[in-house]
Design a protein around this ligand. Structure first.
Ligand SMILES: *Cc1c(COP(=O)(O)O)cnc(C)c1O
Length: 377
């Protein structure tokens, strides 16, 4: 939809829509059937801890009042668990809210932002809407992080370097040695925004403490985290950032909405943090299923990127949107990637055992339907 006049700023008018997954009600309305496997938004198949649901239900009694604008109870609990000062923690209406708050606080028109390709769309669009120029550095073909290229791109005059690890949509995670190289190489004046939305799925030496490493590097940084993925609270909209110092974090409070985290979300997140068993069950089941689904895809001749998260990124025969449409007609939702040159790739969330089986059999059928080479390519 285009306006006849120039009311909307050109940086905004030129932005694409966010490539969001389809909500279940909306899917039913559009496709006239119930979803059998919803695997397009990297949600947890287990949902939140039952304690979080009870806490949100209890929060209803006090809903006539504004929530705590300082998010103090949740902020203090997060700070204690992360071993940091509560003044260095900020909550948001999802961590997406904080991505926008960071860009609005920091970016001037014409500033340079460096990210990866493929990338999380909001790392790019929010910066563009502030008038920044986004440079996207492609992953290496073997899905290793392009460290040398990122360092070359993030020279003097770079305002922000932002990327996720594990990377959405691709899946790989950066190792501690690589992260150190990046910290040493990118411009010391640039703000490093390290999006750790999927950090709970990391294991062994990939689960390193990025905040301590960034603090030791003596630069400005923000780590972004969320309750939407491994904690299963995507609908509640709550995420948080941990920043290098209180003054940086305080500035973000001014570009965020004052009551960004509603009372239900705050209560649910606080309870979710206290149910470590639920989190572990979810993460362990997801990791096991991820290996099984990746093997099954490779067995079908499909190219799959290595993943440390709760999803897999794979090459589709032909255009991804043709394949994902064929899957939707079978009640299976996955996300076709729309970013050049990855419009021949799709991302599937790891669901329950049953959902993953439904996905794999629907994929076989869809590949036959779209004329893909069986077991080849
Ligand atoms: C899902 C996701 C987020 C978090 O989104 P919320 O707003 O917290 O729901 C942030 N970054 C990346 C890379 C993600 O994939």
């Amino acid at each position: 939809m285009a306006l006849e006049n120039d009311l909307i700023r050109s940086e905004v008018a030129g932005l694409p829509d966010y490539n969001a997954g389809l909500a279940l009600d909306r899917f039913r309305e559009v496709y006239g059937l119930d979803a059998r496997a919803k695997l397009d938004s990297n949600e947890s198949p287990l949902g939140p801890s039952p304690a979080a649901i009870v806490a949100m239900r209890d929060a209803a009694a006090g809903i006539g009042r504004y929530p705590d604008a300082t998010d103090s109870a949740l902020r203090q609990t997060i700070a204690r668990l992360a071993g940091t000062d509560p003044d260095c923690v900020i909550l948001g209406n999802g961590s997406e809210d904080l991505i926008g708050a960071i860009f609005r606080a920091v970016l001037r028109p014409g500033d340079r932002v460096v990210t990866l390709c493929p990338s999380f769309g909001l790392h790019e669009f929010g910066a563009q809407s502030c008038g920044a120029v986004v440079q996207k550095v492609p992953f290496h073909p073997d899905w290793t992080f392009p460290l040398r290229e990122m360092i070359a791109a993030a020279g003097a005059d770079t305002r922000i370097v932002i990327f996720s690890s594990p990377s959405n949509p691709a899946g790989p995670a950066i190792g501690p040695g690589e992260f150190r190289q990046l910290l040493d190489g990118i411009d010391p004046q640039a703000l490093l925004v390290f999006d750790e939305a999927y950090r709970e799925y990391l294991s062994d030496d990939l689960a390193f403490d990025a905040c301590t490493m960034m603090a030791d590097a003596g630069r400005d940084w923000i780590s972004l985290r969320t309750f939407s993925k491994a904690y299963g609270l995507a609908g509640a909209r709550v995420g948080y950032g941990i920043g290098s110092d209180a003054a940086l974090v305080w500035a973000l409070r001014k570009t965020r909405n004052p009551f960004a985290v509603n009372a239900f979300a705050a209560a649910g997140a606080l309870a979710a943090l206290q149910d470590g068993d639920h989190l572990r069950r979810n993460v362990e089941a997801t990791r096991a299923e991820r290996g099984r689904v990746a093997d099954a895809l490779r067995g079908m001749g499909v190219e799959v990127a290595p993943s440390q998260a709760n999803f897999l990124f794979f090459r589709t025969p032909g255009k991804a949107s043709d394949l994902t449409e064929a899957l939707r007609r079978q009640g299976v939702l996955i996300k076709p990637w729309q970013e050049a040159p990855f419009s021949g790739w799709a991302r599937v969330t790891i669901g329950t055992l049953g959902e993953n089986a439904i996905f794999l059999s629907a994929l076989s059928a869809a590949m036959a339907e779209t004329g893909a080479p069986a077991g080849g390519a």
